[in-house]
Structures are given as C-alpha cells and as structure tokens.
Design a binder for this molecule. Structure first.
Ligand code: TEU
Ligand code: CA
Length: 554
C-alpha cells in the first residue's frame, strides 16, 4: 500500500447547525466552529468534516444545495469560512467539506431554469422523462418515501429525485453538468480545503432505461436502491473526479451503500476513486425489511463478525473509515449497548473497539462525551424529513401512534442532531437563544466542561485513545499493523491483535459477568484500561463486566 498523508490522522464530524451558536439565533455557526478549534486540537483531531454549510433551503438540513459557491447566511460569511481555514491551518488541522453532487436543491438556478423548459439546455442537467399512461416513468420509491418521480405541473414530464422532491438528481451523463461540478470542486480545493466527504455517491449511476422492479411494499412501489443494485459502471463516472482529487493530493471519504462485491479495490485501492469510505456494516445490520419500524436488534456477536469481515475484506486493499455514529444514525451509546448497561464503561468499550481498528477513525460530535439518544415526547418534536416519513410508514403498517413514535425514535436521525453539550448551564451552553432542536435533558451530566475536569470521563478516555494512535512508539503498529481476530468464537468477547513492529491486543468484555481469558504471551504494558485495575494471574486475565483493555504483548 502506498503511504498517504492522511493514514495516521483522526477525523471529527461537525454538524454545524448543532455545534455552537454564537449570535443567539439558536443555530450553530462558523464562528462557533472557530471558537472550538482548540478544544478539537486538545482532543487530538486532525481532520474536520463539516456537514453542508452551503446556501440551502434546508429541506434536508443543507443536503439540498441551492448555491455551491455560497456559505448559507445562517452559518456566517465566506470571510468567516476563510478565517476558519486559516485558523485550522495554524493548528495543523485540515478542513473537508461535504460534497453533495448526486442532487442539488430545487431552488438551485439550474433547476429553476429547467422547470421552465424541460426540453431546453437546463432540462438536460436533470432527468426529465415523460410518464407512462398517466403514471410516473417507473415505480421507484424515493429514499424519503413516495414516488421518486415528481410531476411538472402543466406538462407530461416528471423529474427524478432519489431523495426528497426538493432534491432533483443531477444528470451525470451530461458533460456540461460534470464541467460545472469539476469547476466548483477545483474552486474549493484552490481555496484550501483538504478534501471532501462525498455524499450518496453510489446513486450517480442510473439505469437510463429506468426499468420497473417488483413492488416491495403496500404502496406498490419498489425501493430505488433496487435500480442502484441493478446497474453497473459507477466507476467509469468517477474517473475524472479521481484525477481532480489526485492533482491536489486531496483526502476524500465516500459515503457508499449498495456497493458491488468486486468494487472495493476500485473504490479504495491504491489507485482507487477515494482515499477511504465509511464502514457501514454495523449500521446496515439494523436495517428493517420494510422500514425503521421493523429494524432488527443487533446481537453483539454478530456485530463483531461484521466488523471483522469488513476489516478482512480491505486488509490488502486500503483503509476504511471507522465510525460508531454520524448525523444519519442514532447515538452509538444508545444503539449498540443493551439498555441496562448504557454506562460509561460500555461507552468506553465501544470507543476503544472502534478507534483501535485499522483505518481512519471518524468521531461524530458529542460521541467523545458519550452523548445519547433523545427521548422524544411527541412526533411534533421531530424535524428530520426521513424520520417523519418513517413514522408514516410505521402507521401505514398498522402500528399505533405510540408504537410508531417509539419505533422511529430509536432510529431517528435527530438523535445525533441535538445540540452539542458544552456546559451544565442553560441549553448546555450551545446557545443564548432558543435552540433549533431541543437539547437533550441529560446535559447536566454529560458535557464538555464537566468531563474536562473529571479524569475518568468518557472525554478524557477518548483523549487517551487518540493519543495512543499518535504515540511515536505505537503509531506504526496502530496505523499500519495487521488486524487479526483473537478468540473469535468466544461469546460476548471482542478481541483482536494489532501486529506491526509491536504486538498489541485489544480485548473487550461485552457483558456484565466477568470473563476469563488467557493472553497468548506475557503482558508487557497496559496501554488502555477503562477500570482502575486489571486482574492478572500469570497470563490469565479476569475481565470485569464491560472492561476493555489495550495491552502490549511480549
Ligand atoms: O445519506 C444518504 C443515504 O444513503 C441514506 O441512506 C440516509 O442515510 C438515509 O436516508 C437516512 O434516513 C446522505 C446524507 O448523509 C443524508 O444526511 C442526506 O439526507 C442524504 O444523503 C441526501 O443528501
Ligand atoms: Ca447562530
């Protein structure tokens, strides 16, 4: 594997709207990000991914961009963005932007022009097709529910939107569109952004015959992902993009779902289209067959199997970006730990398992504090477009309103979007005004201020984990060492080696009962421990409930 500048880095995702408000409008802003760069630096963060800050009507929280060259005024100004870049640079930190190019906003000038003349130049920037006998061109259900085709009033035309109807898909077969996108990408790279997180990229490849698929729900439609799975050749579309990134030695992390088995090398190999891509294997395990309401509970042994499988697949190919949560997922602490044990030890165990994997760790804002899901009191508290749709899906499936709320609350994207918890003061120190989304009431116990001074806090534990990745003595092993499972079949035990110039063993006891294991060789040094002690007798270790260790072996 070719060595790259980002291999040893640790990344952090900021959801700007919920990070820090500085002008009292209840919405996080760029000034708030600048103000906390030192906090992130002290945590050990190198790369910051900003969820979209471009001009947007916010139908899907900024993932609907109406001008790729403007900072939305709710976040601040371009001058402030430049200041952020400069301040990050001073601290040896890198900023990456969210690149949302499968679709734009229906308020984008391209789409406004297209609507006026679907057969004209701008009509070809999108996918306008005529309906079939008064029906949409095909039976696709969009990711956010309802038909993926929206009728243009007063014409026979429909346009394609894989997400909300306010997010029309861009036509990647039109060279003019690609030119517009490449120009824009170059413009941001010239400005000094270090790269991009690339949104929903697998969806850019369409089957232009737009075939119908077997309906998979009571609405008679079929999830549009069936079209994605049924078409090959996304890689061809990505070639030029790759050269653009190469020119700048940019770091890119792709959001890829529904990848074909043989595409891994093409995506993240030495000459791959992206630097890395997220490992969503844990997240994917909780997908329901019909919606969030029939989402599956994850058994820890299965989770472990998935993680090891993903690591194995990429061991000779490249690096995955490892996550526990992001802005589309519930909080890991609430999701991957059983209810009765969502405590600090469990949270530290999850964090260790993830951060010590081979790959690039991405920490989502608040994860380092052990932030948890928010108990929604009513569906009226929900902002997220996807949650509102899934609520409807659950009701349509016959769930009572109470049951439907409970089901979608577990999985809601808003769980991760509640304001960052900075202090124990009102609104967790996030805003002096009214927060756009309710602050989780646990903020008096879980916040940066409190955790900074508590040596045993989740925050200080994360600092140690990240510091270990960067420790000159262990860096080579943690970054490049092979990952090998240890005692893979032991129930409720997650254990793996990292083997480089040193041999490390990561062991986590995912249960309340003690568990005894025998180390394969002598323990030279304990590097990470979420308990004050380690019960060692010869080479045998008695692990406490939810104990996690990283040890150096002889
Ligand atoms: O998500 C794309 C995605 O593929 C979805 O699976 C998404 O996770 C799901 O709909 C959640 O309910 C990306 C962004 O991360 C997401 O926030 C955006 O809403 C979406 O693209 C559209 O841009
Ligand atoms: Ca603000």
């Amino acid at each position: 594997m070719k060595r790259k500048w980002w291999h040893g880095k640790v990344a952090y995702q900021i959801y700007p709207k919920s990070f820090q408000d500085t002008n009292g409008d209840g919405i996080g802003d760029l000034r708030g990000v600048i103000d906390h760069l030192d906090y992130l630096k002290s945590l050990g963060i190198d790369i910051i991914w900003l969820s979209p800050i471009y001009q947007s009507p916010f139908v899907d929280q900024g993932y609907d961009i109406s001008d790729y060259y403007k900072i939305d005024e709710i976040f601040g100004t371009m001058e402030e963005f430049d200041e952020l870049l400069a301040e990050a640079k001073k601290r040896d930190m890198y900023i990456i932007m969210d690149l949302v190019i499968n679709h734009c906003s229906d308020q984008h000038e391209w789409f406004q022009k297209a609507l006026k003349d679907p057969e004209g130049k701008y009509g070809d920037y999108f996918y306008f097709r005529k309906g079939k006998d008064g029906n949409p061109p095909s039976n696709y259900r969009s990711y956010f529910g309802g038909s993926a085709w929206e009728k243009v009033e007063g014409t026979d035309y429909y346009y394609l939107h894989m997400f909300a109807k306010e997010q029309p898909d861009l036509n990647w077969n039109n060279p003019e569109v690609l030119n517009e996108l490449y120009t824009m990408i170059n413009w941001w790279l010239d400005k000094g952004v270090a790269g991009f997180r690339i949104d929903a990229i697998i969806n850019i490849k369409k089957d232009l015959s737009f075939p119908d698929y077997e309906p998979d729900g009571p609405d008679g439609m079929t999830g549009i992902f069936h079209m994605v799975e049924g078409v090959d050749g996304v890689g061809e579309l990505l070639e030029d993009l790759k050269h653009t990134f190469e020119k700048y030695d940019a770091f890119t992390v792709a959001e890829v779902f529904n990848m074909k088995k043989d595409e891994l090398e093409e995506f993240i190999g030495d000459d791959g289209h992206f630097s890395t891509m997220f490992d969503f294997s844990a997240h994917e395990m909780t997908f329901g067959d019909h919606g969030w309401y029939d989402a599956k509970k994850v058994r820890f042994d299965d989770l472990k199997k998935e993680i090891f499988h993903a690591q194995k697949e990429c061991e000779d190919v490249g690096f995955l970006a490892n996550i526990i949560e992001n802005h589309d997922e519930p909080r890991g602490a609430s999701r991957y730990l059983p209810d009765y044990l969502q405590n600090e030890d469990g949270i530290k165990l999850l964090g260790t398992i993830s951060v010590m994997l081979r790959g690039i760790p991405f920490i989502y804002q608040g994860q380092e504090l052990g932030m948890e899901n928010i108990p929604f009191k009513s569906i009226d508290e929900v902002d997220d477009i996807s949650t509102l749709d899934e609520y409807k899906v659950a009701l349509d499936a016959g769930l009572t309103p109470e049951a439907a709320l409970k089901a979608v609350a577990r999985r809601s994207r808003d769980n991760a979007r509640t304001p960052m918890q900075w202090t124990g003061e009102e609104n967790a120190g996030f805003t002096a005004g009214t927060p756009w989304l309710r602050v989780n009431s646990n903020y008096t116990a879980i916040n940066v201020e409190k955790e900074t001074i508590d040596p045993n806090s989740v925050l200080n534990f994360y600092k140690k984990l990240i510091a270990l990745r960067k420790d000159p003595e262990y860096k080579e092993t943690v970054v490049y060492g092979a990952l090998e499972p240890f005692m893979e079949d032991r129930h409720n035990l997650m254990a793996y080696y990292r083997k480089g110039d040193k041999t490390l063993l990561v062991v986590g006891n995912y249960q309340w009962d003690e568990q005894e294991i025998t180390l394969p060789s002598e323990c030279k040094k304990v590097l990470i421990n979420n308990y004050p002690d380690m019960v060692l007798d010869g080479n045998s270790v008695k692990l406490h409930g939810y104990q996690v260790l990283v040890v150096e072996l002889a």
